[in-house]
Write a protein that binds this ligand. Structure first.
Ligand code: HEM
Length: 362
């Protein structure tokens, strides 16, 4: 009888080279300039890690939250007092949102002062403005979801602002869908619509950063405009940059955890329809005085003007130079705008809340 010897398949060792051949991790070790690892140039990365923390803690909170007017606030009370890790997850979510708002503004300030919105990065500046609007939209919808006095008033302002723009604002009115209260739609916006748009914008933002490379330091960029030889890119790698970003991300998590333990996220009283006793979160305070002076319509045209001017910046600031000292007029304008914003916020903080909204909504 012929023998039927079985030939054992040769065993291959699972090596780094074998893994890399399949998923190409070493492709991430491309050169990036060393200055990309400085704090000013890593603020966008810190913001990104902040969004990751928000996503994870948000998914946890969503396990216990009820998006209906009758039960929303009570479910937040449940999260704070009963749900496992609820209070800490809510605190980290709250503090990370606040810090992310600050890092977005600082990131934008860095790009403005270093003139990094100039050719060829104009479109990425515009995508960034979309991300700024989106961050504010997430914070606005998150504020409403608590369904306390502050959240209810925030929604009231939005419903009225929506009424002012007619058909375009229908989504904010109770008439849009008789079967679902507005809070249900804002919840959908907070957990699905805005994160989905944000993911799309972030992918576009990162692809363009990869395409253009991080901008050179202004002095080097200006020297190149004046004819000096362009320095070769490099000094660090994207992997080292990513590790540094992750380090900042972990530090952010540590800081927000401590803050959550020491200063837990607050919750106001049950809303009383028809009263206005609160002020908006700090990132919206800059618009608040205009509402006092010009009425609720200012909530539409002031942000429109601010975003319009910001969008125009790369097309107005057209010289090829990027150092602040070679763009004195624009940097002075930016500084005046920043001081004005701080003064408006201080004014908003010291004034007594006024009634701006006419009706109540459910
Ligand atoms: C909201 C979330 C945002 C995230 C997560 C984000 C993320 C990033 C990251 C990781 C970079 C690489 C370099 C760096 O960190 O500085 C970057 C670059 C850039 N971002 Fe953002 N960004 C955001 C918002 C914005 C905003 C609001 C603007 C401006 C309106 C903006 C405009 C730009 C521009 C022009 C660059 C290229 C800068 C350069 O090459 O020096 N980004 N962003």
């Amino acid at each position: 009888m012929a023998s039927t010897a079985v030939v054992a398949p040769s065993r291959r060792r699972l090596s780094w080279a074998a893994i890399d051949e399949r998923i190409g991790i070493s492709g991430l070790a491309y050169p990036v300039p060393a200055h990309a690892n400085g704090v000013g140039y890593i603020l966008g990365g810190i913001t990104f890690f902040g969004f990751l923390i928000l996503a994870v803690t948000g998914v946890w909170l969503a396990q216990f939250y009820h998006p209906t007017p009758a039960t929303a606030r009570e479910s937040v009370v449940y999260i704070m007092n009963v749900a496992p890790l609820g209070d800490i997850a809510r605190g980290i979510h709250f503090w990370t949102a606040n810090i992310v708002m600050a890092t977005v503004l600082l990131h934008m300030g860095r790009i403005f002062t270093t003139g990094a919105y100039k050719r060829p990065r104009e479109v990425n500046w515009l995508i960034g403005l979309g991300l700024l609007a989106l961050t504010m939209g997430l914070i606005f919808t998150g504020t409403v979801l608590k369904w306390d006095q502050e959240g209810y008033e925030a929604l009231g302002h939005n419903v009225e602002a929506g009424n002012l723009i007619g058909a375009f604002g229908t989504w904010f009115s109770a008439d849009f869908a008789a079967t679902l209260p507005i809070i249900g739609r804002l919840y959908l916006a907070h957990v699905v619509i805005l994160p989905a748009i944000g993911t799309f914008l972030l992918i576009a933002h990162f692809l363009l950063v990869k395409r253009h490379g991080i901008s050179a330091r202004p002095a080097e960029a200006d020297a190149a405009v004046d004819g000096a030889p362009v320095l070769a890119r490099g000094g660090s790698t994207f992997v080292a940059h990513l590790v540094r970003m992750a380090g900042f991300g972990l530090a952010l998590l540590a800081v927000t955890t401590v803050l959550a333990l020491v200063v837990p996220a607050g919750l106001g009283d049950r809303p009383i329809p028809g009263t206005e006793t609160t002020k908006p979160p700090w990132m919206f305070l800059v618009f608040y005085p205009f509402e006092d002076w010009f009425g609720l319509a200012a909530l539409l045209w002031v942000p429109a003007i601010v975003f319009g001017v910001l969008a125009a910046m790369p097309f107005l600031d057209r010289s090829p130079y990027r150092s602040p000292r070679r763009r004195r007029a624009f940097v002075a304008l930016g500084a005046i705008a920043a001081v004005a914003a701080v003064l408006l916020v201080i004014y908003a903080l010291v004034t007594v809340p006024q009634a701006h909204v006419q009706g109540a909504m459910g």
